[in-house]
Write a protein that binds this ligand. Structure first.
Ligand SMILES: *[C@@H]1O[C@H](CO)[C@@H](O)[C@H](O)[C@H]1NC(C)=O
Ligand SMILES: *[C@@H]1O[C@H](CO)[C@@H](O)[C@H](O)[C@H]1NC(C)=O
Ligand SMILES: *[C@@H]1O[C@H](CO)[C@@H](O)[C@H](O)[C@H]1NC(C)=O
Ligand SMILES: *[C@@H]1O[C@H](CO)[C@@H](O)[C@H](O)[C@H]1NC(C)=O
Ligand SMILES: *[C@@H]1O[C@H](CO)[C@@H](O)[C@H](O)[C@H]1NC(C)=O
Ligand SMILES: *[C@@H]1O[C@H](CO)[C@@H](O)[C@H](O)[C@H]1NC(C)=O
Ligand SMILES: *[C@@H]1O[C@H](CO)[C@@H](O)[C@H](O)[C@H]1NC(C)=O
Ligand SMILES: *[C@@H]1O[C@H](CO)[C@@H](O)[C@H](O)[C@H]1NC(C)=O
Ligand SMILES: *[C@@H]1O[C@H](CO)[C@@H](O)[C@H](O)[C@H]1NC(C)=O
Ligand SMILES: *[C@@H]1O[C@H](CO)[C@@H](O)[C@H](O)[C@H]1NC(C)=O
Ligand SMILES: *[C@@H]1O[C@H](CO)[C@@H](O)[C@H](O)[C@H]1NC(C)=O
Ligand SMILES: *[C@@H]1O[C@H](CO)[C@@H](O)[C@H](O)[C@H]1NC(C)=O
Length: 754
């Protein structure tokens, strides 16, 4: 009976295996690989690794404990243990449900499509079988019970592979590499990726204008429909329908009829306003949504919270002086929760919500008036709320907030808003806590009799997918999925995921997920690879950057500006030396002088990995832009999953059949976008550009006469490109006109980014 069960489970496991995706170099604990200060003495990994010397020593002991006499098998086993130190260990050890005891071993049948070098040629799994099948190993890592599936508990005695596995093919079925999806496998040494041919950048981005309004944020409706929310900086959110591409329709948005109007609470100024919004993944059922905005305590009594300049971080508010006539901590950054669950039982049918704050999630007083990010996003894999916060402003982060682990400025935070410490005080019934997270059907339940201080995840996180289950491969032991209520009440009402980085680094405030940012302006998760958490971070004087955010990553600011050492002009808060930190450098970006020599660029606007087939030539590229709207870039990753990008500035123009005619920059073919504020993505994964002149969508290249060989032009009603000249070249950059145009523009710098 056990045996049958075992086999069924084993097959289920195998069916699940091909379902996970590849990712950039990442360690099993979700941290970025690093350069070891001293070379590892046991494992042959040295440049970018996932083991420190303590872990290296641990592996050495584990290896010695196996007491393997056969030299061939012994060296293979050593290499297998050491795969933990590989910069791709997260990928090598990942399963749907957690972590494997040994990495995925390359199998002769693996895909030819993988970017990994030498794969097809190296049947590593077979080598392991052939060399080790008859060799006795103490505490064998190949015991079936360690595979997490098979039933027979294994005694810690010497055992041969043949004791567990009947044949090579059964063995390689269990441990061999998967094919098709291009995920990585272990072939006996460090994973190296094969450079494929450099992907050609798209010839151009074709835009159509579908709205006249100026918005700061766009968020797709979580119910999967063709609707999205748009928000304005002064504080309104609208629910709009998105027209079919090519239909000639415009955005269905009634400015006079907002979904919610928060203008009474929001402090609106060049650098302040309604900065972000997020809809609970299960919004369609629970109606919970969140707004991130700035408020002024002199205008609104609800605007009170702790000042981010305080003695804990070596900052005295009375010494800061005023900024733009504002006193320190006169303004705050706030996350407030609202509900669209007033009248009907179906929040997704709601067309408006009352501006009645259900709950305050977070309030923090701001030292100065700029650089306070404000975007909020739910992580697609973990369901937690990520909150992007800038360094708080002024020149060069004078108080060193971004590097200060006690400060929440210059950080990305990660909060659990499904467990509320204050639940029993603010009238939420305990039953309301059993809200389903939606993406996985996991259920958060307040456990009875625990006094509200602790809660447990009940049910399976398996379906939350992408390996975010239990097992130390991804989180730490069983901590993922459990959550600790954090109720010191410093900043608000939320709980802290127990696997936030503070669990390993006690100096870190528990909210912190990543540090060393200046002003993250637009982050996104790749919808096909959730481990690609991309953030653009605005530069100070010289460099605008895009980072891949990983757990506890330090992105360097104000020690570095992008890859460049930064010398702060003011240091009342002391300094951090370059060799005291291990910064993670940007994967994309641009120099201010790249755009034009005279005026320079303004600041970066982070976008998305383009995942729509509307423009197949842009598919898989990461798009970002400069605020001044004279440049849009596409970043191509090569090799795939290497985390290495080549970037190209791409031409863009407006479709001749755009539903709303685009104005042109005088004397050029460039559409007059004026200022790019943000990008947006709808449920079809189409990409939108939110600008001061309206809402634009990236559409089929042929509508701008850009050639894209992958586009099915026969399906298109509008005229095809024919034997066309290269229109991409025709659209050169009329820089001089642009400079004149922008200089004459009255809308000067947008303080919220700069
Ligand atoms: C890293 O290890 C490889 C192989 O073990 C070796 O060829 C290379 O020289 C080493 N590099 C450094 C910087 O130690
Ligand atoms: C290791 O193996 C050797 C012989 O191969 C044996 O003498 C020794 O007792 C073994 N050690 C342990 C701890 O089992
Ligand atoms: C790299 O890929 C190319 C084509 O995809 C292949 O011909 C070549 O053999 C590969 N090189 C290695 C080292 O795997
Ligand atoms: C392992 O043992 C089997 C059966 O005893 C034998 O057929 C095979 O040749 C052995 N393999 C090695 C590599 O010694
Ligand atoms: C492990 O070995 C010991 C001693 O040989 C034995 O008493 C015990 O039953 C074994 N356990 C299992 C699960 O086989
Ligand atoms: C690994 O290769 C063996 C044959 O060598 C094959 O039977 C097995 O299905 C392969 N396993 C996987 C997971 O690809
Ligand atoms: C490799 O990729 C191509 C194109 O993406 C696809 O048609 C083919 O089926 C893939 N081959 C395998 C073995 O996955
Ligand atoms: C947008 O503005 C243009 C010109 O001002 C106007 O013709 C058009 O009707 C407007 N479209 C929408 C959908 O508001
Ligand atoms: C939403 O409204 C329904 C029906 O009124 C109610 O049963 C449910 O508990 C509410 N949910 C929340 C999260 O308030
Ligand atoms: C600046 O931050 C670093 C990193 O946290 C810290 O070591 C240093 O002491 C800070 N400087 C001051 C004066 O707090
Ligand atoms: C694109 O080509 C069509 C005909 O091939 C032409 O009518 C149209 O004006 C062209 N559009 C642009 C923007 O050049
Ligand atoms: C292109 O579109 C046409 C019309 O929709 C369709 O019949 C044809 O199969 C499509 N071709 C490809 C390669 O998708």
């Amino acid at each position: 009976m056990d045996g049958v069960f075992t086999i069924i489970l084993l097959f289920c496991n195998l069916l699940l295996l091909p379902d996970f995706s590849s990712s950039h170099p990442l360690c099993t604990d979700l941290r970025a690989p690093f350069s070891p200060k001293t070379p590892l003495s046991f494992c042959p990994y040295n440049v970018s690794v996932c083991c420190n010397s303590a872990e290296d020593l641990q592996l050495q002991k584990q290896f010695q404990a196996m007491n393997v006499s056969d030299p061939a098998c012994s060296s293979l086993l050593k290499s297998i243990l050491c795969a933990r130190c590989d910069q791709f260990s997260s990928e090598l050890f990942k399963t749907e449900t957690g972590s494997r005891p040994v990495p995925i071993l390359c199998n002769s049948t693996v895909s030819v499509n993988s970017s990994q070098s030498n794969r097809a040629a190296n049947d590593f799994c077979q080598r392991v079988w052939d060399s080790c099948q008859n060799v006795s190993v103490l505490n064998s890592p190949f015991a079936p019970s360690l595979q997490g599936r098979a039933g027979v508990p294994v005694n810690s005695t010497f055992s041969k592979l043949t004791a567990f596995w009947e044949s090579k093919s059964i063995f390689c079925n269990a441990f061999g590499g998967v094919s098709d999806d291009g995920s990585l496998c272990f072939d006996g040494g460090p994973v190296s990726l094969n450079n494929t041919e450099t992907p050609r950048p798209p010839n151009g981005l074709c835009l159509e204008k579908i709205g006249n309004g100026s918005y700061l944020n766009m968020v797709a409706h979580p119910d999967g429909s063709n609707r999205a929310f748009f928000s304005s900086q002064p504080g309104k959110i609208w629910l709009a329908t998105i027209p079919e591409e090519g239909s000639g329709g415009t955005l269905g948005l009634d400015e006079s009829n907002p979904f919610i109007d928060l203008t009474d609470e929001v402090h609106y100024d060049t650098g302040s306003g309604l900065m972000g919004m997020a809809f609970h993944p299960n919004f369609a059922n629970n109606g919970r949504f969140f707004a991130s905005f700035n408020c002024d305590k002199e205008k609104w009594p609800g605007c009170s919270g702790r000042c981010s300049c305080n003695s804990d971080v070596g900052c005295d508010p009375s010494k800061l002086g005023s900024d733009n006539r504002a006193q320190p901590c006169q303004y705050s950054s706030v996350i407030a929760e609202f509900t669209a669950n007033d009248t009907t039982s179906q929040p997704s049918l709601e067309k408006r919500a009352k501006p009645l704050e259900v709950r305050r999630i977070f309030t923090m007083g701001l030292p100065f008036t700029s650089n306070h990010g404000g975007q909020i996003l739910f992580g697609p894999a973990d369901g937690y709320l990520y909150f992007m916060m800038g360094d708080g402003g002024n020149k060069g982060d004078p108080y060193n907030f971004s590097q200060n682990k006690k400060s929440l400025l210059g950080k990305i935070m990660r909060l659990n808003i499904n467990n509320m410490p204050s639940a029993e005080f603010d009238g939420i019934e305990a039953s309301m806590e059993s809200c389903s997270i939606g993406i996985g059907g996991a259920t958060v339940v307040r456990s009875a009799g625990d006094g509200g201080t602790r809660s447990m995840m009940i049910g399976s996180w398996l379906a939350l997918g992408r390996g975010m289950g239990e097992g130390e491969g991804i989180g730490k032991g069983k901590t993922v999925g459990e959550s600790e209520i954090y109720d010191r009440g410093l900043w608000g009402n939320y709980s802290i995921p127990t696997d936030n980085p503070f669990s390993d680094d006690k100096e870190l405030q528990p909210e912190i997920w990543a540090l060393g940012l200046r002003n993250p302006w637009r982050c996104s998760f790749d919808s096909e690879r959730p481990s690609y958490f991309m953030c653009a971070d605005t530069g100070e004087d010289r460099y605008e950057e895009v980072d891949i955010i990983s757990k506890s990553g330090n992105y360097g600011w104000r020690v570095y500006e992008g890859p460049l050492v930064y010398n702060p002009p003011l240091s009342p808060g002391g300094n951090t030396s370059t060799n005291s930190i291990n910064p993670i450098f940007p994967v994309m970006g641009y120099n201010h002088s790249d755009i034009n020599k005279n005026e320079g660029s303004a600041s970066i606007i982070g976008g998305y990995f383009y995942r729509s087939m509307t423009d197949p030539c842009t598919y898989g590229r990461y798009l970002y832009a400069d605020l001044y709207a004279s440049a849009i870039w596409a970043g191509s990753e090569n090799p795939e999953n290497s985390g290495k990008f080549t970037t190209t500035q791409v031409p863009f123009s407006c479709a001749h059949d755009s539903p709303i005619q685009c104005k042109s920059v005088p004397g050029s073919h460039l559409p007059a976008l004026d200022y790019i504020f943000s990008f947006g993505e709808d449920n079809k994964k189409d990409i939108f550009i939110l600008t001061s002149t309206g809402v634009y969508r990236v559409v089929r290249p042929s509508r701008c006469n850009y050639t894209c060989s992958k586009e099915n032009v026969t399906a298109v009603a509008s005229p095809g490109p024919g034997p066309s000249p290269s229109y991409g070249i025709r659209l050169s950059y009329p820089q001089k006109e642009l400079v004149l145009f922008f200089c004459s523009s009255l809308l000067l710098l947008l303080g919220f980014i700069l």
